[in-house]
Write a protein that binds this ligand. Structure first.
Ligand code: S3P
Length: 167
């Protein structure tokens, strides 16, 4: 089975993905890391040198590669479900879980994070991006809140996985 964690930057996908994978005895991969390996560049370099459109092409490419991964938690980038037909594709190839947080929590996490995010310019742009993207995230199979500690969220994530799910 494949589990796709989707949600905005700072929602906790990269923190919770490996924890969930460990609980389930699964592997865990991050599409951003696959993109960087494929390009031989960091995400900010890809945006700077080739532009966002090229990044989205690579992102779609590595996403399709994940259909070869069995029993894997896949941590996607914040924009992954919002481009091409990535959301429908993920829903056909696995269980999609939307990890969400309150806007204030997200903004604080993004501001305090070490990860360089080309799309983070200021708080206003983040709120606008969030408003535009919510409609995509909300179509995921499951929705789990991550305003609490990782321990609490992990329990809720495990509970959210249907027992008879087999994609
Ligand atoms: C992006 C989010 C980033 C990364 C890229 C674009 C986005 O991943 O894929 O900078 O469009 O929201 P995280 O969600 O892990 O920050």
């Amino acid at each position: 089975m494949r589990i796709y964690l989707i949600g905005f930057m700072g929602a906790g996908k990269s923190t919770l993905g490996p924890l969930l994978a460990k609980k389930l005895g699964y592997s865990c991969i991050e599409t951003d890391i696959l993109v960087e390996k494929l390009a031989g560049l960091t995400i900010p370099e890809i945006f700077r040198i080739h532009g966002e459109h090229h990044f989205r092409e690579l992102e779609k490419h590595v996403l399709h590669f994940t259909q070869l991964c069995e029993d894997t938690v896949i941590c996607t980038g914040g924009g992954t479900p919002c481009y091409a037909n990535n959301l429908e594709w993920m829903k056909m190839h696995g269980l999609t879980i939307y990890l969400s947080c309150d806007d204030e929590v997200l903004i604080q996490r993004i501001e305090n994070s070490q990860k360089e995010r080309p799309l983070f310019t200021n708080q206003k742009s983040i709120v606008e991006l969030l408003d535009a993207r919510r409609k995509f995230y909300q179509q995921a199979h499951m929705h789990v809140l991550n305003n609490n500690t990782p321990e609490t969220t992990i329990k809720n994530l495990v509970k959210a996985i249907p027992k008879n799910y087999n994609k």
